[in-house]
Every structure is written in structure tokens, then in C-alpha cells.
Design a protein around this ligand. Structure first.
Ligand SMILES: *Cc1c(COP(=O)(O)O)cnc(C)c1O
Length: 425
């Protein structure tokens, strides 16, 4: 705690609480480290098997034909994720894009997409065409959508899935992480159980997973445990805080091929796509990713332990097993939510001086506040927090490239919330 005392203005009471929180997490941190080590070794062995050398970091331009570094990265990603095939590229502009490509790549007019984890993440709603038409949505192309609602407690209604898999259902869609909701995130074991039930109804139904925030959080990935295809963002977990943009799709070879024809064009697929010198950053991000995810999990656990001591509800609880890197704290009112986000921002390496303000965002019925002082715009593997300003005033905090640094943001958030308590008596 000496650095905190010397370089930051944090009082002795809060430091004592931080120490208590950290001591309570000894076993939790040991488990996180063990899992991170396993996943780091998985990634390293995939690099060694693929014979990665500096020649793989060479750049390409134009059509990008025969870009060996790009093609080998695909193979390395598939090996790491325990599946047949993958496409990992900077050409995906965001996570939503990496998820949209498989939807359009695999679904055809007349098919139905069945979401079994309630309504998907906000940005996917326009893609599907839920609640108001979006130009170019799946709905416009005659692809239908239905969902199995979550149970009252936020869990997946697994018993309702078989009846929902009617003949027109081509895909069962699972969102692993919870987005801006308070449902529990899904463990790989939960996804495996859903895939098993779905396949028992129809063997050929495609099980797709939105794997955002889930990579390297457990020992296995969904595609190694029964899912057919998954996708995610490189400015979250698998980019390791280094990838400047991008995404990936991984899973069964025949399905990944279909996705490639949607990513570029039918007929050309994955043979095209120059890398403009970004391949090295993607490899570097990938090798760092498991450790960074471990640091983010420790930061989340520390946040939960500290705010638990301060009397706030947390989800998941500090010592719980984690299925993603998101930590929710129930801050109970608008002012505390704002102060928390300002504290996180003030502990960031970039833009620490900025003061987050709530504001309107398209697609939301209330103001949103966001704290993110990141090197990569919108990166949420770097420490960040966001919250819709509505009941139950829950903040969603995630990321942290290093625990020792990210912990500062959490402590400054706690400090601001405590100051508000004091001011209000
Ligand atoms: C981040 C995220 C996405 C994709 O979001 P982008 O902002 O487009 O990168 C999709 N689903 C979940 C659950 C996410 O967390």
C-alpha cells in the first residue's frame, strides 16, 4: 500500500479497508493466477506449434493475397480456442460487426434465429430488426427472430428451449455476458448444457455464442464445449489491450468459411484482406491476453470486496467464480453512480483530468454515464465503467491492464463515493 500512500491522496481508513479487502481475496487471487497461467501456456504453445517468427509480422497491401502472417493468426486462434477454424482480423470494426458477419453468413431467407438468453445486447437489436426497422436488418432479408425469455431470476429457461426449436429454427443464439442487465453471465458449462439440449432436439441446429468479455476467463471456450461458432471483439479480452481494433469468429470449419464469404465476398472469402502492418499487434495482444484478463478479474474481485465492505450490493460477489470480466456494484442513487465513474476516470493513465457527465445516447430511454481513459478508443479491456442512470443505479465496471494500476481507479471511485456520504451526513 506504500505506493498508494505516496502517490495518491487516499486516507488511512480507506487504505485499511483496501488491505482488508485484499486479504479476504488471497484464495480467489491464487485461483485467478492459476487459470491465467494455464491460458498463457495454451497461447504460448499454439505460437510455438505454428512456428511464429518475425516474418509473420510482415505487412501486406492491396488485395493482401498470400499474407502468411494473417493466415497463420487464424490457425493459431483456432488452436487456442480449441476449434477447427477461426478468422481473427483487424478488419472487423467492432464486436457487433464480428457477430453480424456470422448471422448474415449462415442464415438464409425463411430461417429463424432463436435467442435463448432473452433479448440480445443493445447493438444487436438493430442488426436483427427488433423494435423498429433498421436498414439492412436480418428482418428485411426475410430472416425471422424469436426468443426464449429469461426466467424471473435471470437464468436461462432451459426447459422451454426444446419446444421453441421448431422446424424453421436454424440457429440457437446464446449471449454469454450479461450486457447492461443484472442476470448472471453464463459459464462455459451452462453453454455446454444448452448446446446439448438444442442438439438433442435437432442435431443440425447451429449453436452460436456471443463470446464478448468471456475469452480466457475460464479454462475452455464455448466452441471446445459444444457450441458451433462464436465471435468477439479484439478491443475486449483477446486483444490483450494491444490490438488497436478488430474481432474474431471461431468454430466449425464449414461455418467459418460461410462467414468469410460474408466478411469479404462470395467467391473470394478469406483469401483477401491486407493487414497494413497490424498483424504484429494482434499477435502481441493475443499472447498478453490471458494475463491481462487475469488482472481484470482481480480488479473486479477487489472492487466487489471493497464495495461489499462499504455496504453496497455487488454482482458477482467478491469470491465467486467468474464467467466474464464485468463487475456490477449497486450504488443505489444517481449521485453515487456519477461519483463512482468520475473516480474510475481520475485513476486512468489517459484523460484522468476529464470529468464524465451523464448524457443521452441513441437507443436508450435514460441518460448514460461512461468512464474510460483508454489508449484505444472505446476499449473496455482497459479499466472502464459505464451505467444507465436508472433504477437500481448499477454501475458496470470492467477491465484493467494491470491490477496494481487498476486498483487505484477502484480506490478513487470508493473515495469519491465516501466523500459524498460524508457531505450528506
Ligand atoms: C461489447 C459487446 C458486444 C459488441 O459490442 P461492440 O461495442 O460492437 O464492440 C456484443 N455483445 C456483448 C455481450 C458485448 O459485451
Amino acid at each position: 500500500m506504500e505506493g498508494l500512500r505516496r502517490f495518491f491522496d487516499i486516507d488511512e481508513n480507506l487504505l485499511a479497508l483496501a488491505k482488508q479487502a485484499e486479504q479476504s481475496l488471497e484464495d480467489t487471487f491464487a485461483k485467478i493466477d492459476e487459470m491465467a497461467a494455464y491460458n498463457e501456456q495454451n497461447v504460448l504453445s499454439a505460437f510455438i506449434k505454428a512456428g511464429i517468427s518475425s516474418s509473420h509480422f510482415n505487412t501486406s497491401t492491396g488485395y493482401g493475397y498470400d499474407d502468411r502472417g494473417r493466415d497463420t493468426l487464424d490457425a493459431v486462434a483456432a488452436d487456442i480456442f480449441g476449434c477447427e477454424d477461426a478468422i481473427m482480423r483487424y478488419n472487423f470494426v467492432c464486436g457487433t460487426h464480428a457477430l453480424t458477419v456470422p448471422l448474415f453468413g449462415m442464415l438464409r431467407p425463411g430461417d429463424t434465429m432463436l435467442s435463448v438468453t432473452g433479448t440480445p445486447y443493445d447493438t444487436l437489436r438493430g442488426v436483427i430488426g427488433i423494435g423498429g426497422e433498421c436498414d439492412g436488418s436480418l428482418h428485411e432479408f426475410g430472416i425471422n427472430y424469436k426468443e426464449v425469455a429469461l426466467r424471473e431470476d435471470g437464468s436461462v429457461d432451459i426447459d422451454a428451449i426444446p419446444a421453441a426449436i421448431t422446424d424453421d429454427v436454424k440457429m440457437v443464439y446464446i449471449q454469454r455476458s450479461r450486457g447492461y442487465s443484472l442476470r448472471p453471465s453464463l459459464f462455459v458449462e451452462d453453454i455446454e448444457a444448452i448446446a446439448k439440449v438444442a442438439k438433442s432436439v435437432r442435431r443440425d441446429v447451429i449453436v452460436m455464442v456471443d463470446n464478448c468479455y468471456g475469452e480466457f476467463v475460464q479454462y475452455d471456450e464455448p466452441c471446445a464445449r459444444g457450441a458451433d461458432i462464436m465471435a468477439g471483439s479484439l478491443i475486449k479480452n483477446p486483444g490483450g489491450g494491444i490490438a488497436p481494433t478488430g474481432g474474431y469468429i471461431a468454430g466449425r470449419h464449414d461455418l467459418v468459411e460461410k462467414c468469410a464469404y460474408r466478411l469479404t465476398t462470395p467467391g473470394t472469402g478469406r483469401e483477401l484482406g491486407c493487414t497494413l502492418g497490424h498483424t504484429r499487434e494482434l499477435y502481441m495482444g493475443l499472447i498478453n491476453a490471458p494475463r491481462v484478463v487475469g488482472e481484470a478479474k482481480k480488479t473486479a474481485a477487489f472492487c466487489a470486496a471493497l464495495f461489499d465492505l462499504l455496504g453496497y450490493g455487488t454482482l458477482p460477489s467478491a469470491d465467486a467464480a467468474r464467467a466474464d470480466i464485468i463487475q456490477t456494484v449497486l450504488l443505489r442513487d444517481r449521485e453515487r453512480l456519477i461519483e463512482f465513474c468520475r473516480g474510475i476516470q481520475s485513476g486512468s493513465a489517459v484523460d484522468a483530468f476529464a470529468l464524465p457527465e451523464p448524457g443521452a445516447m441513441p437507443g436508450y430511454d435514460c441518460d448514460i454515464i461512461m468512464a474510460s481513459g483508454s489508449f484505444t478508443l472505446g476499449s473496455s479491456i482497459e479499466l472502464s465503467a459505464d451505467a444507465p442512470l436508472r433504477e437500481p443505479y448499477a454501475v458496470f465496471m470492467q477491465g484493467g491492464l494491470s491490477y496494481a494500476s487498476a486498483k487505484v481507479g477502484v480506490l478513487l471511485a470508493a473515495k469519491r463515493v465516501l466523500e459524498l456520504d460524508k457531505a450528506q451526513g
